[in-house]
Design a binder for this molecule. Structure first.
Ligand SMILES: Nc1ncnc2c1ncn2[C@@H]1O[C@H](COP(=O)(O)OP(=O)(O)OP(=O)(O)O)[C@@H](O)[C@H]1O
Ligand SMILES: [Mg+2]
Length: 302
């Protein structure tokens, strides 16, 4: 069974234009799925549909086999959700907010405070635990919102821009926690983000969406192959050496290869030809390059 499933899932807010057009997704359990797309692409709409915060205009979806349309409470038990609109109580302290949401999710009273304390420590909010949320900075409130999404130990975690307002240290610790949850604890993480460099380190697979349509889905190498972004072999050579048919960029002579298995033979040919190779490496397409290629190709077609 896939952890997250969508079939022809569609949403129109005004009955005219489609914010999400017939989305089909099958995301297996465990690991981080990166959902990428420009502003207004339909990412938050998808998260809200999958977690039952919105009802679809067409199609269907499920999380761990549970349909949010038929059993919203069941989906809330399974899922942790962090969206920009997920509000907590300004007049309650950090600890009180987490204990409240843990109780609301059905956690045994004796366990709630222990869970809250563990998350407050882990997210560097321990010193602010007795402060009211209204006195938190934006980044502190965002970390508390992340803790709230985790407080009931969800099997599936939906994170909508979890690090957008965070300083680099906090962003790093949130990203480390996401990696840990998906790795050791087997949580399935659905991550919407604009931060493509972080996404490339964190995610095992991706969906790219623009203007409500899913453009591609798969691992980075599948996405690269799908749009013709090739791997290159790169060489740093002695000054003055110019290998035929290669282009030079940032001090590296580069040539496209179809598969990385071509590298050893290419290296041998260059050594035989007398080049002095100081460094050799595979230059794989970055997520950023692949993402822009898909979005630009769709823009050009419209
Ligand atoms: N509550 C709403 N009422 C009407 N239209 C909405 C509403 N929420 C979103 N939309 C529209 O739906 C489309 C998709 O918006 P959505 O918020 O899902 O995009 P997004 O990918 O999350 O963008 P961002 O990166 O800016 O967060 C946009 O055209 C947006 O204007
Ligand atoms: Mg959004």
């Amino acid at each position: 069974m896939n952890a997250i499933c969508a079939r022809n899932l569609s949403k129109s807010y005004d009955g005219k234009s489609m914010a999400l057009k017939e989305l089909n997704l099958e995301i297996p359990g465990g690991g981080v799925f990166g959902f990428l797309g420009p502003n207004g692409a339909g990412k938050t709409t998808t998260v809200k549909l999958l977690t039952g915060l919105l009802s679809p205009s067409g199609g269907e979806c499920s999380v761990m086999g549970v349909s949010p349309a038929e059993d919203p409470c069941g989906v809330h038990r399974i899922c942790g959700v962090m969206t920009e609109s997920a509000k907590m109580y300004g007049q309650l302290t950090g600890t009180e907010n987490l204990v409240f949401f843990a109780r609301a999710a059905g956690i045994q009273p004796a366990e709630c405070e222990a869970r809250a304390n563990e998350l407050l420590k882990r997210l560097d909010l321990w010193d602010a635990r007795d402060k009211k949320l209204s006195a938190y900075s934006t980044g502190m409130a965002q970390r508390l919102s992340f803790a709230r999404a985790l407080v009931h130990g969800p099997e599936v975690l939906f994170l909508d821009e979890p690090t957008s307002g965070l300083d680099p240290e906090s962003a790093q610790s949130v990203n480390e926690m996401i990696a840990e949850l998906a790795g050791r604890e087997g949580t399935t993480v659905f991550l919407c983000t604009h931060q493509l460099r972080y996404a490339q380190d964190l995610c095992g697979s991706y969906g790219i969406i623009n203007k409500g349509s899913l453009l591609a889905c798969g691992s980075l190498s599948e996405l690269s192959a799908g749009i013709g972004c090739r791997t290159r072999a790169g060489f740093r050579l002695a000054d003055g050496e110019k290998p035929e048919g290669m282009e030079r960029k940032d001090g590296w002579w580069r040539t496209e290869i179809l598969r990385e298995e071509e590298m050893p033979a290419l290296l041998s040919r260059m050594v035989e030809a007398g080049y002095h190779i100081y460094e050799a490496r595979l230059i794989r397409p970055a997520l950023e390059d692949v993402y822009f290629s898909y979005v630009e190709r769709q823009e050009a077609r419209l």
